[in-house]
Design a protein around this ligand. Structure first.
Ligand SMILES: N=[N+]=NCCCCNC(=O)[C@@H]1[C@H]2[C@H](O)[C@@H](O)[C@H](O)[C@@H](CO)[C@@H]12
Length: 447
């Protein structure tokens, strides 16, 4: 049964991808290896030993993929730029062929009335910078700002919506706390330093944009609402720590100019003293916030799970995706309203929302993915409820356009609206792509 939902007339409907997950050709035309190019080659780092060497071959098939986006009726396309194509050494002399790839992609999008939303950094760092300590090196903020400034000038007038970082929390948590992403560290000392330098880089890039950019700039964070497993005080305290660590760690500094107190408790003597000027820089005002939403978590106090001392409680009765993430649409609504309550009326975009399910193979040019259709339907309804309750929501980007390289899960998890046969690179729109096209055509009425 469809509901007649009214979204704002200027609501932006798009899809999202990222460079390393779809492009392939990581070393083509002067590009240098990224940290993910190297990390994939660490035995055991990625399921089945998958790499982004080919991925969806988008670097070569970009023109056909833009045609596909047009056929799907998309109004916007969120993608990221591979820093190591632009500045092979991470800094210094630009690689013109790398710049040309993104100039051509953006021109094709604009020619097809598809609004480009550009993410400057979606986890793939040039290895030259990784070798200098990556985000744990205080200079990383300046390397990033210089790269950002170059891109602002290169795409000036063609791109109106920029975001600095994609999910700095994942870079910090997966790369520096748990070692499951590059640089593969498990360091209570380096993790908060990396997080802080990511935020400094964000702030410096926003300053560069204010001086020399056109359009709007924002930040993209992943938010995961936390629910206490019981009403007891220990679980309440565990919830506060988990919420501060994942959801407030980056937004409090950006919007309130201070880190959550819980972080000093979590990191203990490893929690650094940050210069006041840094917090002032990080608070450089932004024009919008991107929220990536996938799921919620229910947490309990767990003294054995240092340093957070909070552990997730499996919701066995609920529906889960192939990522083992609970399907919980109400969490999207609560995220949007929480941001407005805590940080004010900043314009919001849902910059990623989607699900991996065990899709069947395409048959006669069709692929039925009813669970993904239902995931989008229930989450779009939740987004609409948030809008009705005052969320300043400006757009929605489905994750993802195509099945792609799902980081440490490799190609074993499929999030795409469009199926990719990796042996042939044939694209097959799934039923969810048809559903989304109707949503866009009706501006949300047919949900
Ligand atoms: N437990 N748990 N909770 C959920 C935590 C989610 C953190 N990961 C993300 O949000 C990543 C984001 C990324 O931008 C994209 O590059 C990834 O392909 C998608 C899908 O994985 C999502």
């Amino acid at each position: 049964m469809t509901h007649k939902l009214q979204f704002p007339a200027d609501f932006i409907w798009g899809v999202a991808t990222s460079a390393y997950q779809i492009e392939g050709s990581p070393l083509a035309d002067g590009a240098a290896p990224s940290n993910w190019h190297r990390f994939c080659r660490v035995p055991g780092a990625v399921l089945n030993g998958d790499t982004g060497d080919i991925a969806c071959d988008h670097y070569r098939r970009w023109a056909d993929d833009v045609k596909l986006m047009k056929e799907l009726g998309l109004k916007a396309y969120r993608f990221s730029i591979a820093w190591s194509r632009i500045l092979p050494n991470g800094q210094g002399k630009p690689n013109e062929k790398g710049l040309d790839f993104y100039r051509n992609l953006v021109d094709a999008l604009v020619a097809n009335d598809i609004e480009p939303f550009v993410t400057l950094h979606h986890w793939d760092l040039p290895i030259a910078l990784d070798d200098l300590g990556g985000w744990a090196n205080r200079d990383a903020a300046h390397w990033f700002a210089d790269y950002a400034h170059l891109m602002f000038r290169t795409l000036e007038g063609r791109v109106q919506h920029w975001t600095t970082l994609n999910e700095p929390w994942v870079i910090m948590d997966a790369g520096y706390m748990h070692g499951v992403h590059p640089p593969g560290l498990r360091s209570l000392e380096k993790a908060p330093v990396a997080a802080h330098n990511l935020l400094r880089g964000h702030g410096l890039a926003v300053q560069a944009f204010r001086a020399d950019g056109k359009g709007q700039i924002g930040l993209v964070v992943n938010l995961e609402p936390k629910y206490a497993a019981s009403n007891g005080p220990e679980d309440a305290a565990a919830l506060a720590r988990a919420h501060a660590y994942m959801n407030r760690q980056f937004l409090d500094p950006v919007f309130l100019g201070a880190y959550p107190d819980e972080l000093a408790e979590i990191f203990g003597h490893d929690w650094p003293r940050f210069p006041e000027d840094d917090l002032k820089l990080i608070r450089e005002p932004i024009d919008f916030l991107g929220i990536n939403y996938y799921t919620r978590s229910v947490v309990r106090s767990d003294p054995t799970a240092a340093p957070l001392c909070a552990s997730p409680v499996a919701q066995t009765g609920a529906e889960h995706t192939e990522m083992k993430w609970e399907v919980f649409p109400a969490g999207l609504k609560s995220c949007l309203l929480w941001v407005k309550r805590r940080y004010g009326d900043i314009p919001l975009y849902i910059t990623e929302n989607g699900a991996a399910f065990a899709d069947p193979e395409p048959k006669n040019g069709r692929l039925e993915d009813p669970r993904r259709v239902d995931y989008f339907r229930t989450h779009l309804r939740a987004a609409h409820e948030a809008l009705q309750q005052g969320a300043n929501l400006k757009g929605y980007f489905a994750w993802s356009l195509v099945d792609n390289f799902e980081w440490s899960c490799g190609f074993a998890r499929r999030f795409g609206l469009v199926h990719v046969d990796y042996a042939t690179q044939k694209r097959t729109p799934k039923d969810s792509a048809s559903f989304y096209r109707q949503v866009i055509e009706s501006n949300g009425e047919e949900i």
